[in-house]
Design a binder for this molecule. Structure first.
Ligand code: THU
Length: 137
């Protein structure tokens, strides 16, 4: 069977998840983000003993793409044990940086459990547009 770009994203996210630094939660997450150039950027969750400093897999994948100079992004694959959906902070950053992309939620067996858009994850989103008031404050 022909491998699709989504299959490739899943494969890369599975590999990234193996490197998860999650000694506190033991909850491993991998992410793979497709850039407009065709390049794939991966992330995994990196936890801190000061829990709030933890960075999720999704935001690390986005940061990797930005660092590499990618400007536009397409699909994002997120893989975890059961295929959970991104946390609130990640939903905001996904929408801010990637716009209304498809977010594909995958379980640890590599099975797609849900495909949703960034807007579906964050209805009535706050965005950069809200930072441009009509009148000077
Ligand atoms: N986590 C992610 O990396 N992405 C998500 O979408 C949900 C949560 C991480 C943060 C933390 O390391 C662990 O999973 C448990 O919350």
């Amino acid at each position: 069977m022909k491998n699709t770009i989504i299959d490739l994203l899943i494969e890369r996210a599975i590999k990234a998840r193996i490197n998860s630094h999650s000694p506190y939660s033991k909850f491993k997450v991998g992410a793979a983000l497709l850039g407009e150039s065709g390049k794939i950027f991966v992330g995994t969750n990196v936890e801190s003993s000061s829990y709030g400093l933890t960075v999720c897999a999704e935001r690390n994948a986005i940061a990797a793409g930005i660092v590499a100079g990618e400007k536009k992004f397409n699909s994002l694959v997120v893989i975890s044990a059961d295929g959970v959906s991104p946390c609130g902070a990640c939903r905001q950053v996904i929408y801010d940086v990637c716009g209304n992309i498809d977010v594909i939620l995958v379980n640890k067996k590599g099975k797609i459990v849900n495909t949703v858009t960034a807007k579906e994850l964050l209805p009535f989103a706050f965005s950069g547009k809200n930072l441009k008031p009509k009148k000077e404050l």
